[in-house]
Design a protein around this ligand. Structure first.
Ligand code: ADP
Ligand code: MG
Length: 376
């Protein structure tokens, strides 16, 4: 069991800064996921840990030992990539056995290890087959087997499921998670798929443009996103944002920042006096209200509702089997609402829609995107 620690890692490719002051601590046996859009630097993090690329600054420790000057082959990390990179001319047995043969491990020990791993991964009936004679999911398992067979200290996975179809991807993510738990190996898994990250991670780090924006449990990044980027990256459909302005008329109020919207007193939020001091210094500024699609309720026109009430028009309703999503236009902006066909009010396209949002479901973000940690 081993810890992995990355401190103030910087990586430049010429003028391009791929990683900037990037720090991460992974405890022994943890399954950590790094999540971020394509090009944000995820693969670069893994390559730095494995020693496949020089680093510009910072330190990498595996099991407390500084790795900066240790060559890749002595770092004891295993990597699995998106394109399984199996040897096509070798059968499954020899593909899995390969790293042990390279290390001149005794034949009997190789045989025992390959069979143990093959049973763990449920590929023990495929050992004689060549890669072209097995499915994509099975190839992925063989690639995992080849990485695990030499019992590395750290397991690095670079979008290993991207080449699989949607159904297999969901099955394999559960399976990888189970295998990791069984083996107990410290793992850093990277993906651009938020559902994958949320379902697999003990802790998830969200990255953008070479920086780590938030590192927390999946639950926490969902309920308490540090900023608008994280808020909109996690959850499907993504969080809605509506532009408001803070105004002071005796007390502080939040008012929709949209000239085309017909204001009414139910669309104005009075800030409780106990919270006013948190917002006083940004009076006059734009502020974003973040609301999850599942937290918006369709109301009858004249409903009595304790919360923010807005009026708009339904633009479309999308039926997705288990879910149903409506888009409602409000002045210049629009909101997505999920699960709309299960409530008592059903939206009708091109007709007026009245929506309600409980105050405690609203998250506030500054104009520059930082979360404001107060609950209305
Ligand atoms: N060998 C390289 N030379 C120059 N730029 C690179 C190299 N590898 C990656 N980059 C750049 O670094 C940034 C991060 O890349 P990468 O780590 O592959 O992102 P991700 O895996 O998140 O998609 C991108 O802008 C990419 O174009
Ligand atoms: Mg990548």
């Amino acid at each position: 069991m081993t810890t992995l620690s990355i401190r103030n890692l910087t990586k430049k490719y010429g003028h391009l800064t791929a990683l900037e002051d990037f720090s991460l601590e992974i405890s022994s046996g943890e399954f950590m996921v790094l999540l971020g859009p394509s090009g944000c630097g995820k693969t670069t993090v893994l390559r730095c840990i494995a020693g496949l690329t020089d680093i510009t600054g910072g330190e990498i420790y595996i099991g407390g030992e500084l790795m900066n000057k240790i060559p890749p082959k002595d770092r004891d990390v295993a990597m699995v990539f998106q394109n399984y990179s199996l040897y096509p001319h070798m059968n499954v047995y020899n593909n899995v056995a390969f790293p042990l043969k390279m290390r001149k491990v005794h034949k009997d020990k190789i045989n025992e290890s390959v069979h143990r791993i093959a049973r763990l991964l449920n590929i023990d009936n495929l050992l004689e087959r060549k890669p072209k004679e097995i499915s994509g999911g099975q190839m992925q398992r063989v690639a995992l087997g080849r990485a695990l067979v030499r019992e590395p200290k750290i397991f690095l996975m670079d979008e290993p499921l991207s080449n699989l179809d949607a159904k297999l991807r969901t099955e394999m993510r559960v399976e990888i998670k189970k295998i990791q738990e069984k083996v107990g190996i410290t793992t850093l898994y990277i993906t651009h798929d938020q559902a994958e990250a949320m379902s697999m991670a003990d802790n998830v780090g969200i990255m953008d443009s070479g920086k780590l924006l938030q590192l927390d449990s999946p639950q926490k990044v969902y309920t308490e996103p540090a900023n608008r980027f994280v808020a909109s990256f996690i959850g499907v459909p993504p969080m809605n944002f509506i532009k408001f302005k803070i105004i002071k008329e005796g007390s502080l109020f939040l008012k929709l920042d949209d000239n085309s919207y017909q204001q009414d007193k139910r669309s104005i939020i009075k800030i409780p006096d106990t919270l006013a001091e948190n917002l006083e210094n940004i009076t006059g500024d734009t502020i974003y209200l973040g609301i999850r699609p599942k937290d918006i309720i369709l109301l009858k026109d004249d409903a009595d509702f304790d919360g923010l009430i807005l009026k708009g028009e339904t633009a479309y309703v999308e039926l997705l089997g288990d879910d149903s999503i409506a888009e409602v236009r409000l002045g210049d902006s629009s909101l997505k609402i999920s699960n709309v066909t299960s409530g008592s009010v059903i939206p009708i396209v091109r007709k007026e829609a009245t929506i309600g949002i409980k105050y405690d479901r609203i998250r506030l973000f500054t104009n520059s995107g930082e979360s404001i940690h107060i609950k209305l």
